[in-house]
Ligand binder design. Sequence first.
Ligand SMILES: [Zn+2]
Ligand SMILES: [Zn+2]
Length: 228
Amino acid sequence: MPRIDPESTIKQCQDFIRDVYGRPNDRHFSLWDMLSNMERFTMRALKGIRKNDKNKTKFNLLISIGWFMSTLNSLHIDLDESLWKRFPHLCSYCASSPCSCAENKIEKRKDIPINDSKRPVTLNGFQSMFGEIYPAENRSIEHAAVHLAEELGEFSESILTYMGEHKDELFEKVITESADVFSCIIGVFNSLGISMAKEISELFSGNCHVCKKAPCECNFGSIVKFRS
Ligand SMILES: [Zn+2]
Ligand SMILES: [Zn+2]
């Protein structure tokens, strides 16, 4: 029986999503369907931010993460690996921690040294790392939300471009954009002061959060009509 807990790694979360949702995803949903669902629930989370509804934001982001991991699973992208390569305990742009992009007006992305001894093991560890690189008190939650929307657009664009040309370098772009968008989802959780790993493990404590089965046995109609 697949399971995750608050100390799970990102890979364990991704594997859990595959074990629970891989079968219905393969049978019912294309890559574009999964990406649309990720977008749909992220936008519902942003609405929660506009309405100052923390629970709505949290819940919809968790569902969005499920669709995001399903999308990455179908592309065989290892999120833990892409996240660490892009953010090795440093800002991916100014190469410092905490990020100094705003003060130093960095115009060109710097080369980023990777020191594997600082690599977080768990999802929780990654969330703490992002809290150090991009302290939540240095921005508003609305700022974090706009950044997430921007990165989600870039992630979609990278998939659209890759699927048009199927070139290796364009697939690399999908990998880096997947890290960027996930860093922004974590950023919103840091702004909310909520542990993503704890919430994921609670929501999915009994397999599929709706039908409680692994693999999920929800029928197509109920999946596409699902909302909170
Ligand atoms: Zn920076
Ligand atoms: Zn289900």
